[in-house]
Design a protein around this ligand. Structure first.
Ligand SMILES: [Zn+2]
Ligand SMILES: [Zn+2]
Length: 177
């Protein structure tokens, strides 16, 4: 199946001012982001407007990403959105250092879209800023299921102190003069 991101440039360049709209929703999985936090059901809403001008093909538009992620502390699913604005130029003979090269008759917008969407991807994913995460000892989700590991550790510490106190108590205390 042809990529929905491939645009025929012959059509666009035949007459200056030719316009073309591209509206599609794609799964983030098609971009192969190398990020285990990004679930395959994350969707990217692509809305682009292309126009052929004397200096090349300009692409304007908006990329709305709806990320399905995992909290990195407790692994709960969370949703986040990000928006990237598109303002790019494709040129057959580049005279603009920021322009993308236009090679052949097919213009593949996917690499540009991938780059911009990835720039907007969330850096750190937490279900809440103070997510307590998972107990490293018993694996309980501390947000909904407070475990007793900490309390037990404190009890153990007290037990050691109690023992010390007992040992001291059995000794003769030095007389204070
Ligand atoms: Zn969390
Ligand atoms: Zn625990």
């Amino acid at each position: 199946m042809a990529s929905p991101f491939i645009v025929n440039t012959v059509e666009l360049l035949r007459r200056l001012g030719t316009q073309k709209d591209l509206s599609l929703i794609v799964s983030a999985s098609r971009f192969g982001f190398d990020d285990s936090r990004i679930a395959d059901d994350s969707l990217i809403d692509v809305n682009l407007h292309l126009e052929s001008l004397t200096n090349g093909i300009v692409v304007h538009g908006v990329l709305d990403a709806h990320w399905q992620l995992q909290c990195r502390r407790c692994l709960r699913p969370i949703s986040e959105s990000s928006r990237a604005m598109v303002d790019e130029l494709y040129q057959r003979i580049p005279d603009n250092p920021d322009a993308y090269p236009l090679v052949g008759e097919q213009l593949d917008l996917q690499p540009m879209v991938r780059e911009l969407v990835l720039l907007g991807a969330p850096e750190s994913s937490l279900c809440s800023p103070d997510c307590p995460g998972i107990c490293p000892q018993c694996g309980a989700d501390l947000q909904s299921d407070p475990c007793t590991c900490d309390a037990k550790r404190i009890d153990e510490r007290w037990a050691v102190l109690d023992e010390l106190r007992q040992q001291l108590g059995e000794q003769e205390l030095p007389a204070i003069t």
